[in-house]
Design a protein around this ligand. Structure first.
Ligand code: SAM
Length: 264
């Protein structure tokens, strides 16, 4: 199995939409029509959940005039959040077929289908014309992508001049990742966290100007993972995966980092 097939098999384990809709019904909401707030962050598969999405979108200046590309859109939580709270039109690109189906269904059920759509495909060969978008976001996806040069070259190709690219990823801060599974990978075979400098180099090579970077404080990241282990986090992640990630954060090996760049 190649990297992309293994990554899609890791995430697409079946029944994720059914499990989310069961939780919506159990909390007393109508599973056919509900608000994105009723998902309680189940659909945001990154450290910090919806609060982190708002922060990154504010720092990136996302607004209602933007047609945004959400690279590796997962269950669509980030895409719906950008549409609902920032008024943006969003197109999610996602490798895992089950996630594309679930994201599309959840978007219809939350009444956002006019602003948000999803396409099944790879970030390494984006099925979009040149200059199609005026902003892009990448939330916790690069850890599954070895070839970051191609990833950012593709992002540069589909973004118009002046567009912002907001990156929010778990990055390598020092040492080696020793304990698996992690939320994004069962083993090192599909896990490619890299240092912030490797991201900035790949971005510069693709033609982006890097504007600034910020590391999420350990206490904040740890609190989110502890809450997730108590049952209030992203859907489909096992406690052992959260626990290994927390240990790597505490050891200073990994950390969530934001990088903002733009196409000149
Ligand atoms: C940890 S999830 C994050 C999902 C979403 N960005 C979020 O924050 O809720 C990583 C996602 O990236 C997707 N992904 C990994 N490699 C990809 C690739 N080469 N092209 C497109 N999507 C990819 C996975 O299928 C998965 O849905």
């Amino acid at each position: 199995m190649g990297i992309e097939e293994s990554v899609a098999a890791h995430y697409g384990r079946g029944r994720i939409e059914e499990q989310i809709l069961a939780k919506i019904a159990a909390s007393g909401n109508d599973p056919e029509h509900f608000d994105i707030a009723d998902l309680h962050g189940m659909d945001q598969l990154h450290v910090g959940g919806a609060a982190a999405t708002s922060l990154v979108a504010e720092r990136a200046g996302i607004n209602a005039s933007h047609r945004v590309l959400d690279i590796g859109s997962g269950l669509g939580g980030v895409s719906r959040h950008l549409a609902r709270h920032f008024g943006a039109t969003v197109h999610g690109l996602e490798l895992t077929a089950e996630f594309v189906a679930a994201a599309t269904s959840l978007t219809r059920r939350t009444g956002l289908a006019e602003l948000v759509e999803f396409t099944h495909g790879s970030a390494l060969s984006m099925p979009f014309e040149n200059d199609s978008f005026d902003a892009a976001v990448l939330f916790h996806v690069g850890m599954n992508i070895q070839d970051k040069d191609t990833l950012f070259a593709e992002a540069a190709r589909v973004l118009r001049p002046g567009s912002v690219l907001a990156i929010y990823e778990v990055m390598l801060m020092g040492g080696d990742v020793e304990e698996y599974p992690l939320p994004w990978a069962e083993t090192a075979a599909t896990s490619f966290p890299q240092p912030p400098l490797a991201y900035s180099d790949a971005l510069a090579q693709a033609g982006f100007s890097v504007d600034f970077e910020a590391k999420v404080p350990l206490a904040e990241a740890a609190k989110f993972l502890e809450q997730s282990m108590a049952g209030g986090g992203p859907q489909g992640v096992q406690n052992i995966q959260f626990a290994n990630l927390l240990a790597a954060f505490r050891a200073g090996v990994l950390a969530p980092v934001e990088i903002y760049a733009h196409m000149p």
